[in-house]
Ligand binder design. Structure first.
Ligand code: HEC
Length: 181
């Protein structure tokens, strides 16, 4: 009998058209949060998501091997590449690229002025190495695990490639002459 009453009451509630208008039915919705489509979309802070950091065309270094460098070699590109090289690569590969930083030998960071890097590796492979990292070398083209922002945008990575292949050896020779004088 008791159960029947409950069932009756419950179905009365469900069938009632006013059930959808009960005040508590919207309690959870009315929060101070911003609802979907509410107001103008907020702009993300600069580089807060790596929209340029994730490669769209290649999934790994092997696939990057035959990529064509889309950024022509220019004084401006080399300048950007040199700056980025000093910030991102010099710690391990040395300011001259000759693996002459104090930690180069500890990590086994290679000399980037050799024939191997200057002639044998394709530009796409160097780009892929920067993007995905290597054996020990970290990746610069995808967000670090657990956050972090060591991401270089696609153009930035090509600027570094331009610098390595067109100016690094000359800069290294210049610094050798400078220190010998
Ligand atoms: C944390 C240290 C570290 C940093 C920073 C680093 N590298 Fe490396 N890199 C290495 C080590 C160690 C190797 C050799 C072992 C390996 O392949 O991981 C290497 C190898 C390479 C190679 C050769 C890959 C191959 O196929 O043999 C290239 C090219 C290279 N690095 C370029 C760069 C550039 C460009 C940057 C900056 C964007 C950079 N590296 C930053 C440590 C580093």
């Amino acid at each position: 009998m008791k159960l029947r009453k409950i069932v009756l009451f419950a179905s009365a509630m469900l069938l009632s058209t006013s059930a959808f208008a009960w005040p508590w039915s919207t309690d959870m919705m009315n929060q101070p949060s911003i609802k979907p489509q509410e107001g103008a979309p907020a702009l993300f802070a600069k580089r807060s998501i790596p929209i340029q950091g994730i490669p769209t065309k290649v999934a790994n270094r092997e696939e990057a091997k035959s990529l064509q460098n889309p950024i022509p070699v220019s004084a401006a590109s080399i300048k950007k590449g040199r700056y980025l090289f000093k910030v991102y690569c010099a710690a391990c590969h040395g300011l001259t690229g000759r693996a002459d930083s104090p930690i180069s030998p500890k990590l086994g960071a290679i000399d980037l002025t050799t024939e191997y890097v200057q002639d044998s590796l394709s530009e796409g492979w160097i780009y892929g190495t920067i993007t995905f990292g290597s054996v020990i070398m970290p990746a610069y083209g995808k967000p670090a695990e657990g956050g972090g922002s060591n991401d270089l945008s696609v153009p930035e990575r090509w600027h570094v490639v331009n610098y390595i292949r067109n100016q690094l050896v000359k800069d290294a020779a210049g610094s050798a002459t400078a220190s010998a004088e």
